[in-house]
Ligand binder design. Structure first.
Ligand SMILES: Nc1ncnc2c1ncn2[C@@H]1O[C@H](COP(=O)(O)OP(=O)(O)OP(=O)(O)O)[C@@H](O)[C@H]1O
Length: 290
């Protein structure tokens, strides 16, 4: 049983590189065989995970944040290896959903114990995502937050992103089709969630389960920007669902059409993608969990 650690050294403002001696120490203690590969640029994590599919590794470990994990999963999907998640990024929302400890030594010990469960992932026009995808105000917030998140905490970057994006954003008219049922909506944002958290700990889909084969879909309908400012802090505890403008749906196939331009925020990375068609893929990846 051999581990491949794919380490993003710049994740979490440099957390990724600090963890390497701890990986060696814990893996040696548990007498595990392992290899460490360090990413140098965007795309490396996906490439390393893809290459590992034909090699003798049984567990591929993403050491970084949700962006690194997104790449690793896209590289390893279709292979036989299990996935390990070491939360060394700024947000680490998927690790939060899976209850993986943010204490790196504890997270490594979880890996060494090798207990695993099958989890769902999402597919967007042939590519995959682990945690969520969103459109609307949310994608604009991520764009703004990404510009500054190297310098500030993820929550602070997110809040600044909200304020900047609110200044620019106009609501979007969309056709939302969930499992064949069409809803005409005018929205501020739609989040299609596999996991419960996004944005560094915001509980956007409080009842989401990663093994039910379905997405939890959060639709925030058109509202005044002032009201939205009051709504945002309530997402941290999942209390936004009490607002009448917030509607939660559940479904396996989700399509979104709009005459207007839509960017998609996929696990925190912005992609321009049309048509937008999400598909929940049930129990696609075996993940090491506590
Ligand atoms: N050596 C590198 N130099 C610069 N960027 C890199 C390097 N290796 C990987 N990357 C890119 O860094 C980006 C950010 O990584 P990641 O999302 O894992 O960390 P984070 O932003 O700190 O965490 P989170 O997404 O949980 O907030 C990813 O898009 C990844 O492709």
């Amino acid at each position: 049983m051999s581990y491949l650690f794919i380490v993003n050294p710049v994740a979490g403002k440099g957390n990724g590189s600090k963890i390497i001696p701890i990986i060696k120490e814990v893996m040696d203690t548990y007498k595990c065989t392992y290899e460490i590969k360090i990413t140098e640029k965007i795309g490396d994590a996906k490439l390393f995970a893809e290459e590992a599919k034909t090699k003798n590794f049984s567990i591929i470990v993403s050491v970084g944040g949700d962006g690194t994990l997104h790449e690793v999963v896209n590289g390893m999907v279709g292979g036989l290896q299990k996935l390990g998640v070491i939360p060394a990024g700024t947000g680490n929302d998927f690790a939060r959903t899976l209850n993986i400890s943010f204490n790196l030594r504890e997270a490594l010990e979880i890996l060494a114990k090798k207990k695993s469960i099958p989890v769902d992932i999402g597919r967007l026009n042939g590519k995959h995502f682990v945690n969520f995808c969103s459109i609307g105000l949310d994608a604009l917030i991520a764009q703004e937050a990404n510009k500054i998140k190297k310098y500030f905490s993820s929550t602070y970057s997110y809040v600044i992103g909200v304020i900047k994006a609110l200044g620019k954003f106009k609501s979007l008219k969309v056709d939302l089709i969930i499992d064949g049922i069409k809803y005409n909506e005018e929205i501020m944002l739609i989040a299609v969630c596999n996991g419960a958290y996004y944005g560094g700990g915001m509980k956007i889909a409080p009842n989401a389960e990663v093994f039910d084969g379905q997405f939890d879909i959060c639709v925030v309908r058109k509202m005044s920007k002032l009201k939205l400012l009051f709504l945002f802090p309530t997402i941290f505890k999942g209390e936004h669902v009490k607002y009448k403008e917030v509607k939660m749906y559940r479904g396996k196939d989700v399509q979104i059409f709009s005459a207007e331009n839509m960017n998609v925020n996929a696990d925190g990375e912005i992609i321009d993608n049309r048509p937008i068609k999400f598909e929940a893929v049930n129990k696609k990846i075996e993940v090491i969990v506590p």
